[in-house]
Ligand binder design. Sequence first.
Ligand code: GLN
Length: 380
Amino acid sequence: IAKRLEKFKTTIFTQMSNLAIKHGAINLGQGFPNFDGPEFVKEAAIQAIKDGKNQYARGYGVADLNNAIAERFKKDSGLLVDPEKEVTVTSGCTEAIAATMLGLINPGDEVILFAPFYDSYEATLSMVGANIKCITLRPPDFAVPIDELRSTVSRNTRAILINTPHNPTGKMFTKEELNVIASLCIENDVLVFTDEVYDKLAFEMDHICMASLPGMYERTVSMNSLGKTFSLTGWKIGWAIAPPHLTWGVRQAHAFLTFATSTPMQWATSVALRAPDSYYVELKRDYMAKKAILVEGLKAVGFKVFPSSGTYFVVVDHTPFGLENDVAFCEYLIKEIGVVAIPTSVFYLNPEDGKNLVRFTFCKDEETLKSAVERMKARL
Ligand code: GLN
């Protein structure tokens, strides 16, 4: 294996899902719903296949989908973007992130991440050969340490990656935090890459698009996807929105990574994105009910539960149960209790920072969530 990937193991999500199957454990680890996406979107995919929309798509996206993405972005951020010059369709947000890094970052460039961070960011930056600087968000509220941020951002910084709502903590970046980051980026001529795949799962406050803050659109790549919002994580349709001078880099990388994305699924995604607002209202209502079951259950079991404002994740402190670290706790939880969670140490440059924390997901049907809670109550 190439040196740049040597330190990365099988992703923690794959490891944990395999263990769930092996031990017959209830999987509250990997973030994929155990219920299906909406009929009207599945029907649209079937129709597109039957209609012969099966050859290569245009590299940067099926025109109808580029339009639908621009329409939705206008609703969400208030920004009017050109679907032909500023929207690129990718194979999931993970590819959008890779294309953005590969297309806009040079080896040796400094990029700032907030830890804990989704595992693909570090691996992708490692493939680019970037110089990673990390700022740690700490419990209980995972607030941005403003002074540390100020002393880290400089003229040498090329980009900052922001994930809000945030996986794994459920933190949402506040308006004040985004404003400070924005002014530092403008002052030091820094780009911002945003991963906003959980934007429709914002429960406690409104989601804010970094690109919509004054002076930020021209330096921001805003990324999102279909999977979480429509419970279709296996479709792998994502996108990047950026001004033409940044889109150029993203598209060049995308052209040689995957060339184009699945044609019929793009047609179906354009139908999904034109869903009435009531779809999103229901989605949020359903997820709030699931979240209440899991959060109340975890508290009753005896965990210290940190507040989660968005995403379908919640992070807890496992130390009341006396295991030595997050990995040991998760192993015990799978083998002895029959429930899977994700150890968070893999989301940090320094694994020690995550040793007390584990992540549970509530993107499962209510019966599954209740059974997991019952198992933990009875056995932990
Ligand atoms: N994004 C999902 C999670 O955080 C799954 C990611 C994956 O399996 N690569 O659980």
